[in-house]
Design a protein around this ligand. Structure first.
Ligand SMILES: [Fe+2]
Length: 408
């Protein structure tokens, strides 16, 4: 009943064996039961769900019957001032050149909700007015990574992280606060192994098609002091139309940013762009509820780094990086530095991979986590999800003066 205290109960998400205690300490991920009607969340329920999202980063509702309208309304509730347009808009993937283009189908009744997945989907409850069968294709690392697994390894169930990212156009529009992902159809028995293939020997057992998440807060917490000092002083600049720009480049084998072979599209060949639509964001985004700093960088789209000098009174030590500030524009240097800061947090013990069951709804704090899909699907294997996120009404907020003093 509206106005009464909601009867929501929470429990921790099930961490895989070998998960670092850091996830438990950060209380990353929570399962919520007891929502009366997921399609008509009450005001008091929403207040609680919003707090849970910012506190835990990932909020799961198992076994709920969601409609596209209900999904859209729940997503929009996190940002009432947003215009209700899908996070990438149309500008984020101009023409067909964007690497995002083939993976998404808009649900006609609620275009900010997208059908994603794999295989021929012929259930009209799922396709919601899209032409049947709707043939979907789960993205494969083979088209995005510089190197590919051998056929033999793939047959054995070896796979990779596809692309670690934030859901954001990184150009013209602001990063959505939340993404909602609703699982309708997916294999639930098959297991695969993510191989990092970066010389570390790291591997992670995952369910086929599992969505992997890491906490941006833990990504920051793991940094040594000299990199924390750098992070708190740094902004990253994204390329114009980043998903077109990177379309001709190839990813690292971990899915965490790109190899630097000089194959990015030149600015002259990009669709029309303007300087004022280019995005420059702090490396660290401040959590509006907890005040924690989250390392939130979409590594594939970054073009340069702008580093502030140490604040007044801050004393450089032999360890301090760029104490007088800098603008780093060498793409390889920028990417290698960024990679050294982000890679520790995608190590197997810091990754939570959600093992989907039909009718699971996941909400993730898109300004506090990074995620990637995993898995390699055969053309006939069915996977169907609705996802929704909405370009935000404001830009993310970076560290405040106090944070800079504390960490620089
Ligand atoms: Fe995503």
């Amino acid at each position: 009943m509206p106005g009464l205290k909601p009867q929501l109960t929470t429990r921790p998400i099930p961490y895989a064996e070998g998960t670092s205690p850091a996830l438990k300490e950060a209380e990353f991920g929570v399962i919520v039961d007891g929502v009366a009607d997921i399609n008509n969340i009450t005001a008091s329920e929403f207040v609680e769900i919003e707090r849970l999202l910012y506190t835990h980063g990932l909020v799961l509702f198992p076994g709920v019957k969601l409609t596209p309208k209900g999904q859209y309304e729940l997503t929009q509730a996190f940002d009432p001032l947003a215009l209700g347009e899908y996070g990438h808009g149309s500008v984020g993937r101009p023409e067909a050149k964007s690497i995002l283009h083939p993976d998404l189908r808009n649900i006609p009744s609620n275009p900010a909700v997208q059908l994603i997945g794999n295989g021929p989907i012929d259930d009209s409850e799922i396709t919601q007015g899209l032409r049947i069968p709707c043939v979907l294709k789960h993205p494969s690392h083979e088209t995005f990574h510089k190197t590919a697994l051998s056929e033999e390894d793939s047959k054995k169930g070896i796979t990779r992280f596809y692309r670690w990212h934030i859901d954001a156009s990184l150009y013209a529009r602001e990063p959505p606060r939340v993404t909602t992902l609703y699982g309708l159809k997916m294999p639930t028995e098959t297991r695969q192994t993510v191989r990092y293939d970066d010389g570390t020997g790291d591997e992670l057992a995952v369910p086929l098609g599992g969505t992997a998440f890491v906490s941006g807060r833990i990504m920051f917490d793991l940094l040594p002091a000299r990199l924390k000092s750098l992070a708190v002083r740094t902004k990253v600049q994204y390329a114009p139309h980043p998903y077109v720009w990177m379309g001709s480049a190839k990813s690292r084998s971990t899915g965490l940013g790109m190899e630097s072979d000089g194959t990015e599209m030149s600015r002259d060949d990009l669709p029309p762009w303007s300087e004022d639509n280019i995005k420059i964001y702090p490396m660290l985004w401040k959590n509006p509820v907890t005040g924690n700093l989250h390392f939130q960088v979409h590594p594939s789209g970054v073009e340069s780094m702008i580093i502030d000098p140490l604040p007044a009174g801050g004393e450089a030590t032999a360890d301090t990086l760029y104490p007088s500030g800098a603008h780093l524009t060498d793409l390889k240097e920028v990417r290698d530095l960024l990679y050294s800061m982000q890679r520790p947090a995608i190590s197997p013990q810091y990754v939570y991979t959600h093992s989907w069951s039909p009718n699971d709804l996941a909400l993730f704090h898109n300004r506090g986590t990074l995620h990637t899909i995993t898995g390699a699907f055969q053309p006939h294997e069915q996977r169907a999800f609705w996802q929704c996120n909405i370009a935000a009404s404001d830009a993310p907020v970076g560290p405040n003066e106090e944070d800079v003093k504390t960490w620089a």
